[in-house]
Design a protein around this ligand. Structure first.
Ligand code: NI
Length: 178
């Protein structure tokens, strides 16, 4: 806890709560194949040194992240890169899986021909500047699947960091625990 309290006390603490949502709230991430595309993209960004991942949840049609940006990184370009990397691979997977109706809907929302808007154009990212807000957001993220009625307890949901925080072994993504 000390480490993050220290971050938060700095004027440029660079901790952000991010939410990005699929176009037309399409529940792509009800299918684990699509969840893995998102978690792989996050792993790539962590390995590239763009941020430390504090918490996350991949919900059927949206993704929540809490990230601590590393020096020189900007939240808009980090999330933009995440959306673009995953869009490309999700589009490929949709084509392979024969989800033509979904591709048609994504094409309708795209800004240019022959492209697909997998994600809604805008995303939410706001700075987390106090420890109480940080914990409130972590709890919110971990309870999201419970509130949606997908599971009875936060740790039962495979696609969030609730399992990491509960000390479980089989987590699909590593996080930097507080
Ligand atoms: Ni949510």
């Amino acid at each position: 806890m000390t480490k993050y309290t220290h971050w938060l006390n700095q004027p440029d603490s660079n901790v952000y709560f991010v939410t990005t949502t699929t176009t037309e709230f399409t529940p792509l991430f009800a299918d684990e194949r699509y969840v893995r595309i998102v978690t792989s993209a996050i792993e790539v960004q962590i390995r590239a040194g763009r941020y430390s991942l504090v918490a996350y949840s991949v919900m059927p049609e949206h993704v929540h992240l809490i990230v601590k940006l590393h020096e020189g990184q900007e939240i808009s370009s980090v999330v933009g890169a995440l959306k673009s990397w995953t869009s490309h691979r999700i589009t490929e997977a949709l084509r392979e899986d024969g989800y033509q109706d979904v591709l048609t809907a994504f094409a309708r929302h795209a800004r240019s021909a022959a492209s697909y808007a997998v994600w809604q154009q805008s995303f939410r990212a706001f700075p987390v500047t106090t420890e109480s807000v940080l914990w409130e957001k972590i709890r919110y993220i971990h309870n999201n699947a419970v509130h949606r009625g997908l599971v009875d307890g936060p740790e039962q949901y495979a696609f969030s960091s609730a399992r990491n925080y509960a000390g479980m072994d089989d987590c699909i993504l590593e996080v930097s625990l507080i």
